[in-house]
Design a protein around this ligand. Structure first.
Ligand code: AHM
Ligand code: MG
Length: 334
């Protein structure tokens, strides 16, 4: 008999090593996994249901259609609020975070969760993989309203982070700082099952992933690095292959499995980079480092950035360690 280990069983076993653990983290991840299953279901029937289309449209029943990212946001918010383990929730879809200590409706816990409910959602209409990204902190202040010291935590202080890719299969990958594990959803039993224990990213790779239409907007260091990727040198397996889905989770996940680098550097249009620190870059940086890779702004580790605002952006260079270090070298030299 092939033994299956579900995400829940896996977390319970992990938590058993901490006899004082009260099951709060287990319940928090259960809430995330529940929302991910609901989003998986909708993403899979996106072409069939009325769910496609811009919000504001009406479907045949006269109900307002929801864009899938709003749908995903609603379900993650709902699951996390009802899970009763959070004090603060922030999402790409809301200008301000929600301090749950100020509402009487839900039980309040110690966890703060930042998430991007459906990253890459502009790809949905063409059936390209999309993903959810989440980042988890513990509040530092003891009780009452969530305070400035809670919001000031850097990516280094994340207690867990992960992503879900809704691809040819739906895979949930997460870390609590003790390596990275991946779970594939078996839709027939409705459970995430351990499929990628101890996931590591190859130290080096030969895939680079960047929106090259921005080439003329890149710094000279990035332009020189991209030239390097294209040079012919069989000894170093160049030219590298270029792969860009335009869906961060999908590009990142491919690089995790195959080795490679993803870059979203500063451009004229986005002088601080396009991607958001709190719910895109920090969580993937935590996973990359835990998997043996690296995540950098080009001059400093992503997770050392001091957060100033919820939706702040940063340049992101992430993936196989040697490749990220090479870009840092170019940035240092040019
Ligand atoms: P989103 O959060 O609005 O979906 O935008 C983030 C997405 C990432 O998934 C992807 O890496 C990037 O934007 C692609 O941007 P571009 O179209 O500029 O290449
Ligand atoms: Mg996003």
């Amino acid at each position: 008999m092939m033994s299956i280990q579900t995400l829940e069983q896996f977390i319970i076993e992990q938590q058993a090593q901490f006899p004082t653990a009260k099951g709060e983290f287990t319940r928090l991840l259960q809430a995330i996994s529940l929302a991910a299953k609901i989003v998986h279901r909708e993403v899979n029937k996106a072409g069939l249901a009325d769910i496609l289309g811009k919000q504001g449209n009406c479907n045949v029943q006269g109900e307002e259609q929801q864009k899938l990212d709003v749908f995903a946001d609603n379900h993650f918010m709902d699951a996390l609020k009802r899970g009763g383990e959070c004090c603060y929730l922030a999402s790409e879809e809301h200008e301000d975070g929600i301090d749950l200590t100020q509402t009487k409706r839900y039980r309040v816990g110690k966890y703060m969760v930042y998430f991007d409910p459906l990253d890459g959602s502009s790809n949905i209409d063409s059936n390209v993989s999309v993903g959810t990204i989440f980042s988890i902190y513990k509040r530092k202040s003891a009780e009452g309203e969530v305070q400035a010291i809670d919001f000031a935590q850097t990516g280094r202080e994340q207690v867990a982070a992960g992503y879900v890719i809704y691809g040819s299969s739906t895979v949930l990958v997460y870390t609590t700082g003790k390596g990275v594990d991946g779970f594939t959803l078996d839709p027939s039993i409705g459970e995430f099952c351990l499929s990628h224990p101890g996931l590591t990213i190859p130290k080096d790779g030969r895939v680079y992933s960047v929106n090259e239409s921005n080439y003329n907007q890149f710094s000279s260091a990035i332009k020189h690095y991209l030239q390097f990727c294209k040079e012919i040198d069989p000894k170093t397996s160049r030219p590298y292959s270029s792969r860009y889905i335009g869906s961060l989770v999908a590009d990142f996940h491919r690089n995790m499995i195959q080795g490679g680098i993803f870059l979203y550097p500063s451009t004229v249009q986005y002088p601080n980079g396009k991607l958001r620190l709190m719910y895109e870059c920090n969580p993937l940086a935590f996973i990359a480092e835990q998997a043996g890779g690296k995540a950098s702004t080009g001059v400093a580790p992503i997770m050392d950035i001091e957060p100033k605002e919820l939706h702040q952006r940063t340049p992101l260079i992430i993936g196989s360690e040697k490749m990220v270090e090479m870009v840092e070298k170019y940035i240092h030299e040019y």
